[in-house]
Design a protein around this ligand. Structure first.
Ligand code: 13P
Length: 247
């Protein structure tokens, strides 16, 4: 199974659902659709509305983040995994570098993972090194730490996806070479094997993925899909990625 996940970040109003309708219409007709899954993470404001519309359709709606507490609490502005699940979200991203940069520590991330899984919300756990860390050859050390600090054997790996997003590649057009990426994804899978033993989660790549860059990576068998930012805000660009992936 391959995954194409579109992360809208701070983008979208109710009528942006038209973008998803076009993607869904392509997906419903694609003869290769049993090979892959499409998940879109709009902002919180649209999750209920979009999930309701796509309930019986093919594409899945997820969240970009969640609060690190379960059920209800007195934290102003916070949204729990329970509330997201009840609003129709199937997945939530956790640990995106945007949120790590704004104070999401490993301890908070672990709680987010725990409470999401407890509420049957599947997770897409994001990891990635900074430009400086890459320059200092710390990529593997950083990724290993990010994985070990949060993921545990007791978590059900069927409900987990890992997304490798090098921070220096997000929104920059700068891409890892195929050799670099191949090596890093293999490394991540080795670490995941250490944690989960038999059934390891799929590992995606994210960072400046578009219809062109996907061609560089489509032959790397170890990559189980892509986490797409900018190009997921256009139905044409998003569909191009899938078309070019399958040729
Ligand atoms: P871009 O595809 O815009 O580089 O963003 C990647 C990303 O951060 C997705 O979560």
């Amino acid at each position: 199974m391959r995954y194409f996940i579109g992360n809208w970040k701070m983008f979208g109003v109710p009528k942006s659902i038209n973008i998803l309708k076009k993607i869904n219409s392509f997906y419903s007709k694609d003869i290769k659709r049993s090979n892959y899954r499409i998940i879109i993470t709009p902002p919180y404001t649209l999750i209920g509305n979009y999930s309701n519309y796509f309930k019986k359709k093919k594409i899945l709606i997820g969240s970009q983040n969640c609060y690190h507490k379960d059920l209800f609490s007195s934290n102003t502005g916070a949204i729990s995994p329970f509330m997201l699940k009840k609003s129709g979200a199937t997945y939530t991203l956790i640990g995106h570098s945007d949120n790590r940069g704004e104070g999401d520590t490993d301890t908070l991330l672990k709680d987010k993972v725990k409470f999401s899984l407890r509420n049957n919300l599947k997770i897409v756990f994001c990891i990635g090194e900074s430009k400086k860390q890459k320059k200092n050859k710390q990529t593997q050390t950083v990724l290993k730490k990010q994985l070990f600090k949060v993921l545990e054997k007791k978590f059900n790996s069927n409900n987990i996806i890992v997304a490798y997003e090098p921070i220096w590649s997000i929104g920059t057009g700068e891409l890892p070479t195929t050799e670099e990426l191949n090596k890093t994804i293999k490394f991540i899978k080795k670490i995941l094997k250490g944690i989960f033993r038999k059934k390891i989660p799929p590992v995606l790549y994210g960072g400046s993925v578009d219809g062109n860059s996907v061609k560089l990576y489509r032959d790397i068998k170890e990559i189980d899909g892509f986490l797409i930012g900018g190009a997921s805000k256009s139905s044409k660009k998003f569909i191009d990625i899938i078309r070019n992936y399958y040729r």
